[in-house]
Design a protein around this ligand. Sequence first.
Ligand SMILES: *Cc1c(COP(=O)(O)O)cnc(C)c1O
Length: 307
Amino acid sequence: MDETRPGRPASGAAQVRLPSPEQEIRGEWTAEQGVRLILKRDDLIHPEIPGNKWRKLKRNLDAANEQRQQTLLTFGGAYSSHIRVTAAAGRIFGFSTIGVIRGEEHLPLNSSLSCAASRGMRLVYMDRATYRRKREPDVIAQLRKRFGDFYLLPEGGSNELGVWGCAELPREIEPPFDVICCLCGTGGTLAGISAGLGEGQRALGFSALRGGQFLAGDVSQLQQATCGRVFENWSIEYDFHFGGFAKSTTVLRDFVADFRARYGLTLDWVYVAKMMFGIFSLVERGAFPSGSTIVAVITGSDWDPSR
Ligand SMILES: *Cc1c(COP(=O)(O)O)cnc(C)c1O
């Protein structure tokens, strides 16, 4: 083993906590509507590689090892948690990491990117037009010319191996449930969860993006590529993005504060809080029949409470 590489695979893997725990939360609103709400605490899977990011990375890291790749290259926006988490995973499991960031460099780095940089990730920037073509062979060939060989992780870690990883989630849940909810950024998590459901269960995604309607097509494509079919047990809510990705409002901030006061859990505002607000709203509207058990996947943790 090359001593200059910082990885400590054994101890990093030892920190992984699976299956992640479940936690039921109760309030007047659940009692009134006759529903149960269970949190699937994927935020507790790993201190630096939480939630769906661990599920999506796991098989990809194995594949990178099998292919004897030493470098992971991936893509993301300036607030991408996938970028941050890939940087952490690289450090822990002994890969160098390159993050290709959409748009121009803005200095000083925001807290998300400086976190990635502090984990040793090399950050490079790609103009938006080229970024849109990032899956095309000529763009990837240019990157290989510039950086040498690497294991390519797509944006969000959402490839077939990532979807398979997420498909394991529903089977871990002990109590019988009717609906499972998750937040959608690229849709890989929803694609996997839906593929792992049993008879009669449904998956409900909440878009973190404004104008996220394209997500339905992406989820279908990922399922087709991974499972050879598109499942019909899922749908997406588009109305809880609070202005768009990494945007927030007073209403959302108050919701996060109130949830923390009631249940002692600080919801990550970029992703999880928007889903949870959406679930509360749908429950209040009576969107779930009385007697339903709803699982809310806490896909990540609030990594930077200062914001
Ligand atoms: C990345 C992320 C998501 C989005 O997952 P996708 O598979 O890209 O849809 C949801 N929640 C959290 C906490 C995340 O970090």
